[in-house]
Design a protein. Structure first.
Length: 284
């Protein structure tokens, strides 16, 4: 397309950036993206790596709460940002991805919820991403896995302003979920150091840990019991038709956990992968 100037010269009309054009075109056909901060663009993910929601065992309370919160948001109702914190390998990120898939069942077109993953190291660019999404018709669930902040890291301030408190505020069509091993997203020694060195220790600590207050939902994940671990293994074995007798399955699963020195959803899944390989069966 060209435009004619007053002097009669024909000049090319300004073009939209490639990044913005790719975002506009791909959002209409995909339900999941990864935010590429370096390019200021969204990379479509055609297939999200997730498990069916019923396979996530031992986290019933968190599952019900997060699913209800997500469904409300997808339906255009008020909902809270959520922080999933606690033990490693207990299904925090798996739950977010599974619920996204479940909530989208039966939805079509622009009614489908979009999942966007933003990496921890790109949190400082969150305000830019929110501006891109603010005027879009679809609703977006932003997801950051393993979110935490170390000493001298100031990017948490960008997150605080983007979620609540900034002039622009969080767009009505965007919700933010994060997973972390830390309840306050900061290492304990960092909090203690603030208490010991600040002129006003209580205010300094409060300013940092108040980041977690931006999340209306705090969902805790704790180490699972042996019964929960075996329930996870049995659910995987049944779902993938591994066909091993229950007694033998439990014996192998407990030996696997003993070798790893822990029991968790991740350990149960790793055992299932090993067992499937041993039995010569492929997992979808």
């Amino acid at each position: 397309m060209t435009v004619r100037t007053k002097t009669g010269r024909r000049n090319a009309a300004p073009k939209a950036s490639k990044a913005l054009k790719s975002v506009k075109s791909s959002k209409a056909i995909a339900d999941a993206f990864v935010w590429e901060a370096a390019k200021s663009s969204l990379h479509p993910v055609p297939h999200v790596a997730r498990l069916p929601l019923p396979l996530l065992k031992g986290i019933d309370s968190a599952r019900e709460t997060l699913q209800e919160n997500t469904a409300r948001f997808a339906n255009g109702l008020p909902a809270n940002n959520a922080l999933l914190w606690g033990a490693r390998g207990m299904g925090k990120s798996s739950l977010v991805k599974a619920i996204h898939g479940t909530v989208n069942e039966g939805r079509k077109g622009a009614d489908r919820l979009v999942l966007i993953e933003i990496h921890r190291e790109d949190i400082s660019t969150l305000p830019l991403l929110l501006r891109r999404l603010r005027n879009e018709k679809r609703r977006f669930l932003l997801f950051c896995d393993d979110l935490s902040f170390d000493k001298d890291d100031t990017s948490y301030k960008s997150l605080k302003a983007a979620l609540e408190g900034g002039i622009e505020g969080r767009p009505e069509n965007v919700l933010f979920y994060a997973t972390s091993n830390r309840r306050h997203l900061l290492p304990r020694d960092m909090v203690e150091n603030e208490r010991s060195t600040a002129i006003s220790p209580s205010e300094a600590v409060e300013e940092k840990i108040s980041l977690s207050d931006r999340f209306g939902l705090w969902l805790g994940f704790h180490n699972c019991s042996q019964d929960d671990y075996l329930a996870m293994v049995e659910a995987y074995a049944a779902h993938f038709s591994l066909g091993l007798p229950r007694e033998a399955l439990q014996r192998k699963a407990l030996a696997w956990a003993a070798g790893r020195g822990s029991r968790s959803g991740r350990v149960a899944w790793q055992f299932t992968q090993d067992l499937a390989g041993e039995l010569g069966k492929k997992l979808p």
